[in-house]
Write a protein that binds this ligand. Sequence first.
Ligand code: TRP
Ligand code: SF4
Length: 444
Amino acid sequence: MVEHDLAKVGVEGSSPFSRSILPLYFRALARIGREDRQEIRLRSVNPQQRVLSGMRPTGRLHLGHYHGVLKNWLALQHTYECFFFAADWHALTTHYDEPGQLGQHTHDMVIDWLAAGVDPAAAKLFIQSQVPEHAELHLLLSMITPLGWLERVPTYKDQQEKLKEKDLATYGFLGYPLLQSADILVYRAGLVPVGADQVAHVEITREIARRFNHLYGREAGFGQRVDAAIGKLGKKSAQLYVDNRRAWQEKGDQLAHDSARALVQTGSLSAADKEHLFGDLDGSGKIILPEPQALLTPASKMAGLDGQKMSKSYGNTITLREEPEVVQTRIRKMPTDPARVRRTDPGDPDKCPVWAWHEAYSGTEVKSWVQQGCRSAGIGCIECKQPVVDAINAELAPIRERAQHFAGHPELVRSILDQGRDAARMAAQATLVEVRQAMGLAYR
Ligand code: TRP
Ligand code: SF4
């Protein structure tokens, strides 16, 4: 399973650390497969390589979440500094008229994260609405976000079409990708594990970060480039430039500014060097909000019980806390190749939704037993399904047990979330200090 996932993981975007980060990620994934977590934990964490991901609270999670999202989180959590949060404000952007279940859904989802093996000692787990810094950054970024950018995000029109029964002509819904940008940028996360449907949101985040830095900061390594350009002015002019720059920057001496510009203009510098020095005189600083990359989560191999995508709204799921007997009944009730009306009719696994489950859960031996037995009517469908039932139950047994433990100790879950919130707020506040300052809001 893990080996299979590896081939499908891809990275969107082109920030400079894509090449250096990925091997680490692959190795982490492979190691988790070998249950070699301790070693990963000891690896030092590069704070530049923060991972952030959010999940909308929709209640109890199912096998689709487990194989799609959670296993990825497990692979990442001991290699990077991870922030995983319940996106309850995001849920309200579409379901603002049904607040009643938000608390229960969030609680159930977090229990399932923990049950699946998300480790609160490694990753920071928290609830979005308990970190108000997300909202503050969202507000500040809204000042510089062109309306057209939000209107053009593909999910804007798609979701409005899909959720026709809701009135989504709201300010909050339009701003939802920007809220997601704030979620990411408030931690200056470098990597954002998301499904394909969310890649556009990471893309707009990159654009917003770029715009912010353009307005309020300067590119990385700028200082060195400026120094190098000054060096090329020649000793005398270089000294003059530095003196004039100081007079301009410290006292606002316009004449000094103009002389410094003239020195650059008439000096024999390359166009790039001139540009750096003009930027040095007229711009401010640095990258305040780094551009994140999407870490594309491989599409889950888990089809639902009916062969469609597994989704709560289709009622075709197996949840992580499902009892063994329920798993048994639900798999037994699964539709099979419609050509196999009688036990003696041969079938074709390619036309049977059960085959996808064998692909996910069975080894080569069982799979060839299915192929042969089905096509020759040598096995019955109930018989064919049993190895799947057993494999799911084996997978779910420890998860169910941990879920029971956490469900029975809500105070434990609460304290995990409190700690996650405190750690998240510390990181978020550090970003906001810089953002406020960049936007002229650092009053003394
Ligand atoms: N929008 C995501 C979803 O619907 C959830 C989400 C919110 C998220 N904020 C995020 C994912 C930040 C990654 C990063 O699935
Ligand atoms: Fe499907 Fe297995 Fe029955 Fe063939 S034998 S139709 S693969 S359930």
